[in-house]
Write a protein of this length. Structure first.
Length: 93
């Protein structure tokens, strides 16, 4: 199953949405001076074995920093559909 192309020709008013001016950011709750952060070691499992490709992670990070990272929307859509189907199969069984 493939997802069709995104139609960018829709104007904000054409789907019942109207622009109401610039968005005003909400203030974040202030953190207590006593706040503490604990960082634990995580077992990052990209392949189910508890390991990951550090060189690939650095390559992606470099591409993002340089503005060169290209998102493969088709691959993401296919994976989302596959994962959703897997979840549905599990809940039905």
């Amino acid at each position: 199953m493939k997802i069709g192309a995104f139609d960018t020709s829709l104007a904000p008013g054409s789907v019942g949405l109207e622009r109401r001016g610039p968005a005003v950011p909400r203030p974040l709750p202030s953190a207590s001076q006593d706040a503490q952060v604990t960082i634990s070691s995580l077992n990052v499992a990209a392949d189910g074995e508890g390991s990951f490709d550090a060189a690939k992670v650095e390559e992606i990070a470099r591409a993002i920093r340089n503005g060169e990272f290209k998102v493969n929307a088709q691959a993401i859509a296919d994976k989302l559909i596959s994962n959703a189907q897997e979840l549905l199969d599990r809940s039905a069984g």
